[in-house]
Design a protein around this ligand. Structure first.
Ligand code: GDP
Ligand code: IMO
Ligand code: MG
Length: 423
């Protein structure tokens, strides 16, 4: 058996949660491999909307196991809030959710460090979700971190104290005011750790590789998007983990030759939340209409998402880096009623026309070159088969498939589980 991957190809919020939920019925195990509570994955079914942060999007389906892999960073406080959100749905998550001992723990002081670092950057800030992601991964690679498995040791609080004291020194080093009451934050944190310890901690790489041997199927769920990858994204305006395909190998301990399908998912347009370059960003009424119709507000922070046309230069790059084998196009329904649509197929870059994603995509270096399409008027949200699609939508999809040299096998026409069309 293989591990299939589901990855966002843009700057996050492509609709990963929805598609994982749809695909879960085909898999025995759903596994998150990177990121943490900076993610907000939305699932909608039976008239209810759920937003998951660290818990894999397979949690609502009866028969799937959900694994939080070693590459994930976990904030016990947010995690317990997430569990409490699930409590009202009578889910037996204690038997369906398992956590890698090698996953790293986000401490209250990591969140404070995130805030201090962002404030000190002023206008150059990343636009972080301020969940402590960057500082936690820094401690991981700096070999100072506390892992989930450490919480099982009697003396883990000694290790905690030493690290938190070091962090306090670092917060003081930043020449910015960060108000906090650490005693209160710690009380909440220690209580949450106790709750977290009621769940099963495992050696997840052993569990997953054994599951493969036993013929079980695994879907690895990505968080964020390829353009937020620490290596391949629009650095430094990125997150602190590898969001691309190889992150699934290091974040779960599954070898590269066990990777099967790579599902790449993208919106029919582009959004970005936080700072950083965005060549096809719109600053006019069209962009505002996209944001309004698409309800483009962050699932985690509520911040307005910046909107723009689809960027095939960026998308081609993401497909290449990830080895995408099939695509899902999300939110096509949002574009219904736009008279014309544009797709960026190349960039003007330093006097030349280029088709590859260059080192620097700041606005002063890059001007998008567009192909224009006639829009469609039909409401897609009630459609159930691709044969009902208007000609203009088919033209749009055919063009993208040709440019990307990949099939678009899923077209999503609304937020609900049922609003999903296979082609
Ligand atoms: P994720 O982080 O990739 O899981 O995506 P988010 O949940 O942050 O953002 C996607 C948003 O779009 C959520 O509010 C979804 O409910 C919604 N959504 C997903 N697919 C569609 C779609 O095809 N059409 C519309 N209109 N909304 C969608
Ligand atoms: P999902 O999984 C969209 C963005 C932040 C910021 C940058 C760094 O829901 O797609 P961080 O908190 O990691 O320090 O923020 O990355 N960002 C996301 N944008 N969707 C996400 O997750 C994101 N997670 C982080 O806005 O620009
Ligand atoms: Mg999201």
């Amino acid at each position: 058996m293989a591990v299939d991957l589901l990855l966002g190809l843009q700057w996050g919020d492509e609709g990963k949660g929805k598609i994982v939920d749809v695909l879960t019925t085909k898999y025995n195990i759903i596994a998150r491999f990177q990121g943490g509570p900076n993610a907000g994955h939305t699932l909608e079914f039976d008239g209810i909307k759920h937003v998951l942060r660290t818990i894999p999007s397979g949690i609502f389906r009866k028969d799937s196991m959900n694994v939080i892999g070693n590459g994930v960073v976990i904030d016990p406080v947010v995690f317990v809030q997430e569990l409490e959100g699930l409590d009202k749905f009578n889910l037996d998550y204690k038997s369906k959710l398992i956590i890698s001992r090698k996953a790293h723990v986000i401490l209250p002081t990591h969140r404070l460090l995130d805030a201090a670092s962002e404030t000190s950057k002023g206008k150059a800030k990343i636009g972080s979700t301020l969940k402590g992601i960057g500082p936690t991964y820094m401690d991981k690679t700096g070999r100072n971190g506390i892992r989930i498995g450490d919480l099982e040791l009697d003396n883990w609080k000694d290790k905690y104290r030493a690290l938190a004291n070091k962090h306090e020194g670092m917060i003081a080093f930043y020449d910015v005011k960060v108000q906090y009451n650490l005693a209160e934050m710690e009380a909440e944190f220690f209580a949450a750790v106790e709750r977290l310890k009621e769940l099963q901690f495992i050696d997840s790489e052993e569990y997953l590789n054994q599951a493969l041997k036993d013929g079980k199927s695994i879907l690895a769920e990505g968080a964020q998007g390829s353009l937020l990858d620490i290596d391949f994204g629009t650095y430094p305006f990125v997150t602190s983990s590898n969001t691309t395909a190889s992150g699934a190998c290091t974040g779960l301990g599954v070898p590269p030759n066990k990777i099967g399908e790579v599902f790449g998912i993208f919106k029919a347009y582009t959004t970005r939340v936080g700072s950083g370059p965005f060549p096809t960003e719109l600053f006019d009424q069209v962009g505002e209409d996209m944001a309004r119709i698409g309800h483009e507000f962050g699932a985690v922070t509520g911040r307005a998402r910046r909107c723009g046309w689809l960027d095939l230069v960026a998308l081609r790059y993401a497909c290449q880096v990830n080895g995408v084998t099939q695509l899902s196009m999300m939110k096509g329904d949002v574009l219904s009623g736009f008279t014309s649509l544009k797709v960026c197929t190349a960039y003007h870059y330093k006097g030349k026309e280029i088709k590859h994603f260059p080192f620097n995509i700041e606005a002063e270096n890059v001007t998008p070159i567009y192909t224009e399409f006639k829009g469609w008027k039909a409401d897609l949200t009630k459609m159930t088969e691709a044969s009902q699609f208007p000609k203009e939508l088919n033209d749009y999809i055919d063009f993208l498939e040709k440019e990307l040299e990949l099939p678009i096998t899923i077209v999503s026409v609304g937020p609900d589980r049922t609003q999903t069309i296979n082609r």
